[in-house]
Design a binder for this molecule. Structure first.
Ligand code: DX5
Ligand code: ZN
Length: 218
């Protein structure tokens, strides 16, 4: 498919004005929600109580990115509260395929994420088990970091393999995505783009979303 998606990350939003922040990105495809547990990554955000309120408030569907230990235990709860997609880290999961099946059974899109140093070849036989794969383009944990171009060959290998197998899996990038980096990620095969500071750091977030979309479509 030719569709692309821009998913602003609310990690870069003002957490105590979340309702107003969500209203500023009504033109997004999904809102990217970064859940961090101070264990899988050295940063802490929020859990199911807050994400449930975001779900109830957001004008666009939720794309939940779990940067947590033991997703086998916690990920289904995010699907149950109504998130459109739930992505957990391959490095953290005990039984990734079984967990993906549970997420789908609840009604969410199942996603798996890999850190910059994690190879993608292990995912080649799992493409049918997931609806989206997230290739991290920074070390997970913080917004505002610089895009790592060395992750692009791996994204390209994944995209080539998905095409070869006729897979419809979405390929997502997250970290340092903005006007100067989005084109190379798109060229390497990404179709879904997470952007935190590039969207919420702009005076008009919805205009920033349109700007990113236009670069990919050009
Ligand atoms: C980082 C998070 C990202 C983060 C991206 O661990 O997964 O979603 O919000 O922020 P930017 O776009 O500022 O790099
Ligand atoms: Zn993220």
């Amino acid at each position: 498919e030719d569709a692309i998606r821009i998913n602003p990350s609310i990690l870069a939003a003002d957490f105590v004005n979340m309702q107003a922040e969500l209203a500023r990105i009504a033109g997004a495809d999904f809102v990217h929600v970064d859940v961090m547990d101070n264990h899988f990554v050295p940063n802490l955000t929020f859990g199911t109580q807050m994400v449930g309120r975001i779900q109830a408030t957001s004008p666009v569907p939720l794309d939940v990115h779990l940067m947590i230990t033991n997703p086998d235990r916690w990920a289904p709860g995010y699907a149950e509260l109504g998130a459109a997609s739930v992505t957990f880290h391959l490095e953290a999961a005990t039984e990734p395929v079984a967990l993906a099946r549970r997420l789908r059974a609840i009604g969410a899109r199942a996603g798996v994420a890999v850190k910059p140093a994690t190879p993608v070849e292990g995912l080649f036989d799992l493409l049918d088990d997931f609806d989206q794969i997230l290739v991290m383009t920074v070390e997970p944990g913080f917004g505002g970091q610089s895009f790592m171009p060395e992750t692009m060959p791996k994204l390209r290998r994944l995209a080539d393999e998905a095409k070869r197998r006729g897979s419809s899996v979405w390929l997502q990038v997250d970290g340092g995505i903005g006007e100067s980096t989005i084109a190379q990620a798109a060229e390497a095969g990404a179709d879904t783009f997470v952007a935190g500071s590039a969207v919420f750091g702009a005076g008009d977030p919805d205009a920033a979303i349109r700007g990113l979309r236009d670069i990919v479509r050009a």
